[in-house]
Design a protein around this ligand. Structure first.
Ligand SMILES: Nc1ncnc2c1ncn2[C@@H]1O[C@H](COP(=O)(O)OP(=O)(O)OP(=O)(O)O)[C@@H](O)[C@H]1O
Length: 362
């Protein structure tokens, strides 16, 4: 942890960028301390890359300021050019130089004595497990190997900040998690402050100390991965991280009645639409006991009858779709193999501590 009085490595304040009169980045502020990985997460087109491009200095904000180590590097008047910002870049389309070997690629941005450069290149290639490929050329490397070299090249000059734009998107799904973990370990060793752009929640959960959830140019929620997953600000934020079930209700006397019992809806007037949101892994399933289910509990509320519509085995878990007596379909995710036959009558409960209650239009 950096000392408390140390300025953040990177800070942006009230960044705005408009294209054709439309605010694509709309009043964004955040700070990243030394050694922290922050993920800018959001759907395609929400303004993530534009934010990164302004910090890199290849695009210019309409208003707002960017600071590195507490010093202004860009506002609407003053602007440090990109090459003097000491910010490393690792973009999806930021290819290796094809005519340079692996070692030459990593050495490219380095200054200092040849001995120092060789030591830094050797050390980084060891740490990204590419030392034995030091004399290979990029075309002879797999996508994952090229990505490792690109990481070593980006970190070689010891940038204070590294900006990464969808850096793993070109990789085979099975490789990605390994490379993400190796990358994270190296970034933490180096103490680099990182801003990583991704549209994949899984990637953000795996890599980030802090996630900035972005939508239509704004940060709608920020916090540790745990907080975003377990305390989403609205229904869309919940749905961004996993499948969700939504049970619709209408408030009657500060309560939202559902087939699973009443939910508290304080502050909402009668007739207000309410969504009870729950992730599939937080539904509980019980067997039918001659037409009866388990007894209601404070934690799980009232059980409701449902019929199995379909069950599929997905490897780590099984996904079971249920049809409620109201006609609504709910999805339950169950660890391992659980494949009840379609038509089987079962009882469902909602883990109350895992339900989110939102106004319907949220
Ligand atoms: N130079 C430009 N001129 C006009 N519109 C632009 C320009 N650059 C970006 N945009 C628009 O700004 C919006 C945000 O783009 P941006 O690339 O920042 O989104 P993103 O969140 O990074 O999306 P993706 O994940 O698809 O890259 C998009 O609607 C895009 O079309």
């Amino acid at each position: 942890m950096p000392p408390a009085n140390m300025p953040p490595r990177l800070e942006v304040r009230s960044l705005m960028r408009r294209f054709d009169g439309r605010a694509v980045v709309d009043d964004i502020s955040f700070a990243i301390p030394q050694g922290q990985v922050t993920c800018l997460l959001g759907p395609s087109g929400c303004g993530k890359s534009t934010t990164l491009r302004m910090i890199a200095g290849v695009d210019m904000q309409d208003s707002g300021e960017i600071f590195v180590n507490g010093a202004l590097i860009c506002d609407t008047v003053f602007r440090v050019p990109p090459e003097r910002r000491e910010i490393g870049l690792m973009f999806q389309d930021f290819a290796l130089f094809p005519h340079l070997s692996v070692a030459q690629n990593v050495a490219f941005g380095l200054s200092g004595s040849s001995a120092d450069k060789a030591a830094r290149v050797g050390d980084l290639l060891e740490r990204v497990h590419m030392a034995r490929h030091r004399d290979s050329y990029p075309h002879a490397l797999s996508g994952g190997e090229q990505q490792r070299v690109a990481l070593a090249r980006a970190l070689a000059p010891r940038p204070r900040i590294l900006l990464m734009d969808e850096p793993f998107s070109g990789l085979d799904e099975r490789l990605r998690d390994d490379i993400r973990d190796e990358t994270l370990a190296l970034l933490k060793d180096e103490g680099t402050a990182v801003l990583l752009v991704t549209h994949e929640p899984h990637e953000a959960m795996r890599m980030a100390d802090e996630i900035l959830l972005m939508r239509a140019g704004k940060i709608v929620q920020r916090g540790a991965p745990y907080n975003l997953y377990n305390a989403p600000v609205d229904r869309r934020a919940a749905a961004f991280f996993s499948d969700i079930n939504v049970i619709e209700s209408r408030v009657q006397g500060a309560l939202a009645p559902t087939p699973f019992g009443d939910f508290l809806a304080p502050g909402h007037s009668d007739g207000t639409g309410i969504d009870i949101v729950i992730r599939p892994q937080h539904l509980k399933i019980d067997f039918d006991r001659a037409g009866r289910g388990p007894n209601p509990t404070a934690q799980d509320g009232t059980p409701a009858r449902a019929t199995v519509k379909r069950a599929r085995y997905l490897g780590r878990e099984s996904l079971v779709e249920f049809r409620m007596e109201t006609g609504q379909i709910l999805k339950a995710s169950v660890p391992n193999v659980f494949l009840p036959k379609p038509g089987t009558v079962m009882w469902l409960m909602l883990r109350r501590d895992r339900c989110f209650v939102f106004p319907a239009k949220g």
